[in-house]
Design a protein around this ligand. Sequence first.
Ligand code: GLU
Length: 431
Amino acid sequence: MSSNSSPPTADRTDLPDDTPNSALATARQQLERAAAHIDINPAIVERLRHPDSVHEVTIPVERDDGTVEVFTGYRVHHDNVRGPGKGGLRYHPDVSREESIGLAIWMTWKCAVMDLPFGGAKGGVVVDPKSLSEGEKERLTRRFTHEIRDVIGPKTDIPAPDMGTDAQTMSWIMDAYSMVEGETVPGVVTGKPPVNGGSYGREEAPGRSVAIITREACDYYDRSISDVTVAVQGFGSVGANAARLLDEWGATVVAVSDVGGAAYDSAGIDPSSIPSHAEEPEAVTEAGETTISNEELLALDVDVLIPAAIGNVITADNAADVRADIVVEGANGPTTTPADAILSERDVAVIPDILANAGGVTVSYFEWLQHINRRSWSLERVQEELEAEMLSAWENVRREVDERGVTWRDGAYIVALSRLAEAHENRGLWP
Ligand code: GLU
C-alpha cells in the first residue's frame, strides 16, 4: 500500500494551528476553554491537542476520456481511548490535512458527549465530486479504499458519509474492502443502504437529532415548538431533514437555502414539498415568496437559526447581525471562535454541533451494533433509541450549563472532556 503515515512526534507537534478559523485552530481553542473548567491533567490536554496519526495517500484515477488524474486523500485518527475511530469521509475541494485533523478532533468530542464507545477519526479526498462522472467517483472511491485499507476496519476505524459522500460511496468502500478481505465485511463502514447492512433511519439521523435538540432548546427557553419561527441554512441531508421534521412538529420554517440563495416566506414554507438540493438543485431558491441571500438568511429575525450547510458561516463580521435567540448548529463548525464570543456576550444560545448533529454518528453506532449482532432494527426502534440517546446527552449537557453557568458549547465540551480525561487517567500512558 502506498499510504504513508506521518512521521512521529516532531512533525505532528508542529501542526499549523494558527490559520484563523481553521477547524484545527477552532477545535484546539474549544479544548482549552473546556479544560479550564475542569480539573484535568495538563498532559492529557496536550495529548488531545494532537492526532494519533495522519495518513495521506495518493489516488490515481482514470477519467472517462482515458487520461489519469491524481488526487490526494486523508484519513486521520485523533484519539481512540474510548474505542475505535469513527467519523465521516468528505469529498470536497477544501479538504486538507489540517481540516481533517480538526474534524477528527470534533468526532472525538461528539462520540464522547454521546457516550458512544468510539474515538474520533475523519478523512476525505480533495475533489469536487460534481466534477466526476458516476464511474469516475466509483473508481476514485475504490482506489482510495485500497490506499487506506490498512488503517480502517470494523475494530479500528469505521468511516461514514459526510459532505460529498453518501450511501452509494459507502457501498463501494464496503465492497472494495470486502473483496480483498475475502469475506463481506459490512462493519467496515456505516451509512450503507439498508439492503447492504445499513441501518434504517441513518440518512435522516443528523437532521432528526438537530430537530430533537431544537425542540428541547425551545422547551428550555419556555417556547413551544408550535410557536417558533426557524431559518435553516443548507438543504442537504441535515438541513432538509431538520426543516421537514420541525415543520411536522408545528414550527414555522420561514427560510431555507442552498448554495444558490435562500427562499423566504414570513408565513412559512412547506419544507416537505421542496426536493432537496441533491434531488433538484434549483428547487430550493424558488420555494418561497421571495429570494434572499444566504447572508440575509443568517440575519433574519427568527427564534431559531440552524446553520446546516458548511463551516465558518457565522464569523466576527456577521455575528452581531444574528437576530435569532437560539442557534442550533447543524453543520460541523459553522461558528468561529470570535463569533462564538460575540454571540455569547449578546446572550444568543448556541447549541453546539457535537451535540446537535450527533444523531448521525449515533445511528452509525446502531448500524455497527446491528452488524455485530447480525440483526437489523426497525425504523421505529432506531427512532426511539435515537430519541432516548439524544435526550440523555441533552440532559447531561443541560446539567453542566445550569450548574456551572457556562455556554452550551462549554457544557458539551465539559461532558465530553471529563469522560475522555477519566478514560485516559484509568488507562495511563503506554509503555
Ligand atoms: N460525518 C458525520 C459526522 O460528522 C457522521 C460520522 C459517522 O457516522 O461516523 O458526524
